[in-house]
Design a protein around this ligand. Structure first.
Ligand code: GLP
Length: 243
């Protein structure tokens, strides 16, 4: 794992955006695995600015999002589909046909997950996977568990994730209790992984991801075994790690 120290959220966002834009500049038809959450918003904003300046072109890029809440339609403002359009896709020249998010509106979990798995596999997995990290060390929606997950599957969200994500909903009861997520094995197929982390509430998870034992109780810890994983984190998120 390579650790890149950033000063604060803005610095982390610029550094993450630099790495993503370099990937797209080096390979114009790159496949990007993308994430939601508050963490990547700054990087998406930066990429939009560079796109507007003409520095980066997304016309041939294909994207594959990590996860989606089960039971939300694409136009639901709380869906990750909506989030990605609002915060990124609607502001760049990506071809809408090249954008992929698990279909949370399909109540048939097995069918929705198998279909998404096939899409990602047929694409040959992704060149670069951007990840945030949950306070309990989850990646995508792969929650602490007895074993590492494999392909796309349905998960029951933990109380801690429901609580953490409730800040984006009006009431905690509104947070969906289930989601479809790429599995850990699928994530590990990415040729490069970029983890972005910011803030003191991630410090414990970041420490466990980098220095803790590799265990499905901290899903992000498996990234220690990836041969090309970069962590870009700010001072607060790295506070528990030795410099
Ligand atoms: C959600 C997403 C994750 C994300 C995590 C952290 O649970 N499924 O992909 O990494 O939240 O979110 P944030 O960046 O807002 O802290």
């Amino acid at each position: 794992m390579r650790i890149i120290h950033a000063k604060d959220y803005d610095d982390m966002s610029r550094k993450a955006a630099n790495i993503i834009s370099a990937q797209v500049i080096l390979k114009s038809d790159a496949t990007l695995g993308l994430a939601t959450g508050t963490t990547p918003i700054g990087a998406y904003k930066q990429l939009i600015k560079w796109y507007e300046k003409g520095d980066v072109d997304f016309s041939e890029v294909h994207t594959y999002n990590l996860d989606e809440y089960r039971g939300l339609t694409h136009d639901d403002v709380q869906s990750y589909h909506y989030f990605m359009h609002e915060n990124f896709f609607d502001h760049i020249n990506i071809d809408p046909d090249n954008v992929h998010v698990p279909d949370g509106s399909n109540p048939d979990a097995d069918a929705a997950c198998a279909a998404y798995d096939k899409i990602v596999k047929d694409a040959g997995y992704v060149d670069l996977q951007l990840l945030g990290i949950g306070r309990n060390g989850h990646i995508g929606f792969n929650e602490p568990d007895a074993a590492f997950s494999k392909g796309t599957h349905m998960v029951d969200l933990t109380e801690s994730t429901i609580k953490a994500n409730s800040r984006l909903f009006e009431h905690e009861e509104d947070v969906p209790r289930q989601a479809y997520t790429m599995g850990v094995q699928t994530i590990m197929h990415a040729r490069m992984i970029l983890v972005a982390a910011s803030g003191a509430d991630k410090a414990e998870a970041v420490y466990d991801m980098i220095y803790g034992p590799v265990t499905p109780q901290v899903p992000a810890s498996i990234l220690q075994l990836h041969t090309n994983c970069v962590v870009v984190a700010d001072e607060a998120a790295l506070a528990k790690c030795p410099r």
